[in-house]
Design a protein around this ligand. Structure first.
Ligand code: HEM
Length: 494
């Protein structure tokens, strides 16, 4: 992700700074003595190693201390990792002013420096996701489906009945980005190649900038953030794309308010909390950041899994044909795609995008019911990948069993098995009141896309390709290898 030279400089500077501030970190660690540490006894060296990926060390901690807290160091802090329904329920029940999800996210993604202080301090767009987007999903389904079909038809012509290699992430990102932007900013901007490319690059740049800032102690973030971020430039460039649409809508208020224009941009404008082009644009960028990358990466793994297991294409296709014949491409049909849902959930269970979720900043000392105290300033999080591979929670946890959640349905258990359902055993979207509010839209996009793919295409892996998608780890993030290819051809009968 970093260039080698800048990576080395950053690591050296941060190593020096870490040394300087090692004393307060040590004092805080004394207050955490009751919580075992996983990894090297030298927490500073462990933290450096954790930059390269944390899934191994977290799995090791989970194997030793399942259902009890353990801790790992970051360069300047500690993350206390908890699992098991009891402890996770205690985290869920804690008030926001004690365990803060917003501050946890702000710190990990450096939201204030990348998206601006207003976005970080007043995330009112979360409520718009819940109150508007989620309630309008039934109306939006045919629109999303239209965008997915249009994008796929443009990318793969009807002559594509020969097998051809496709770079999975690039392809999926294009479709997800257009579908997401159809909801966020509507036509015609959602089809503007410049805007789409900008949005994808913005998400990547933001993650890289956050990772660079993270190499420095918190008190210097405001001083060094400017060197690693291009927030001003990004917003300026984005305003060039969005500005004309915002101005046009501000001028035709009645048309927009009448509901003729119904997308996230309009809901933001109707909300009225912010009114300038820059402010509204920054909110849209925050949505692009939160949604496109996560949705595309997790869908990419499912598409790869399908190419690796083409024997599941026919049963999925039969399910899609049956429900669409009955209900069309509607929300009702999507809700009945149990196999598609289970396939996506299983793929996410085995893949996962992050080794930790439910990241909470401890704003006031927090005491678990067994008396263990987590001091103010640390983070608490849940080990999603380790939990998803636990043999006490999942039968043959390392096997790809795409219809396992279909089999678990029944006995009034159907809702619980859905991909969007939250539990302490399935943490793709976090848990509790701060769980991902965009998960309903994300799953609708993913289900529609997978359904469209199985309806219209055959997939397989090239000879010698690995059975599961290669990944690239960085810190707590686990990304699919962006160069991964599969073979695809259009079905001759469609
Ligand atoms: C498959 C795709 C996605 C995955 C895996 C995902 C995952 C997550 C996770 C793990 C969290 C943290 C939850 C917690 O702390 O308990 C989160 C938060 C969030 N997600 Fe998603 N997400 C996805 C798609 C989306 C989409 C499409 C949107 C927007 C439409 C979105 C908007 C958000 C927002 C605003 C938050 C912060 C919520 C809060 O702190 O209250 N996400 N997401």
């Amino acid at each position: 992700m970093f260039s080698n030279a800048s990576q080395e400089i950053c690591l050296l500077v941060s190593a020096g700074l870490a040394g300087i501030i090692a004393v307060p970190l040590f004092l805080r660690s004394r207050r955490l003595d009751a919580i075992p540490t996983v990894g090297s006894t030298n927490s500073w060296w462990s933290a450096i190693k954790n930059l390269k990926g944390t899934s191994g060390i977290i799995q090791e901690g989970y194997n030793k201390y399942k259902n009890a807290p353990f801790k790992i160091p970051t360069l300047y802090n500690w993350i206390v990792i908890v699992s098991g329904t009891k402890l996770l329920d205690e985290v869920r029940a804690a008030p926001d002013d004690q365990l803060s999800a917003v501050e946890g996210t702000n710190d990990f993604f450096k939201i204030a420096f990348i998206m601006g202080h207003r976005v970080a301090n007043d995330p009112y767009h979360f409520a718009i996701i819940k109150m508007q987007l989620n309630r309008k999903l039934a109306t939006l389904c045919p629109i999303i489906e239209d965008e997915i079909s249009a994008t796929l038809s443009e990318m793969f012509s009807s002559q594509d009945d020969e097998w051809r290699p496709v770079v999975v992430l690039t392809t999926i990102r294009k479709v997800v980005s257009r579908a997401g932007n159809r909801i966020f900013v509507g036509l015609p901007l959602c089809r503007d190649p410049g805007w789409l490319e900008f949005g994808l690059q913005y998400a990547v740049d933001s993650i890289v900038s956050a990772a660079k800032i993270d190499l420095f102690p918190r008190f210097v973030w405001p001083l060094i953030a400017n060197f690693f971020t291009c927030t001003g430039n990004h917003v300026g460039q984005a305003v060039e794309f969005l500005g004309p649409t915002i101005r046009e809508r501000q001028n035709i208020v009645d048309r927009a308010r009448s509901g003729e224009v119904d997308d996230f941009l309009q809901w933001l404008m109707n909300n009225g909390s912010e009114s300038t082009e820059r402010e509204i644009t920054q909110r849209i960028l925050a949505m692009v950041f939160a949604s496109i990358h996560a949705t595309a990466s997790s869908l990419m793994r499912a598409v790869y899994d399908l190419a690796a297991h083409p024997e599941y294409i026919v049963p999925l296709r039969e399910e899609v044909d049956a429900v669409v014949r009955q209900d069309g491409w509607t929300k009702a049909a999507i809700d009945k795609m149990y196999k598609i849902d289970s396939f996506l959930k299983e793929s996410h269970r085995l893949g996962g995008a992050s080794s930790l979720v439910m990241i909470r900043k401890v704003s006031k000392d927090f005491t678990f019911s067994d008396g263990r105290i987590i001091p103010r300033g640390c983070y608490i999080a849940a080990p999603s990948c380790a939990i998803h591979h636990d043999e006490e929670l999942y039968d043959k946890p390392d096997a790809f069993d795409p219809f396992r959640f279909v089999r678990l349905r029944g006995d009034g258990n159907d809702m619980k098995q859905q991909m969007v359902s939250l539990s302490s055993d399935f943490l793709a979207f976090g848990h509790g009141k701060h769980a991902c509010p965009g998960r309903f839209a994300a799953v609708v996009i993913q289900k529609l896309m997978l359904a469209r793919i199985v309806s219209s295409y055959d997939l397989k892996l090239d000879d010698g390709a690995p059975a599961s998608c290669k990944t690239v780890e960085f810190g707590i993030f686990i990304n699919p290898d962006p160069t991964t290819t599969i073979l695809l051809r259009k079905r001759s009968s469609v």
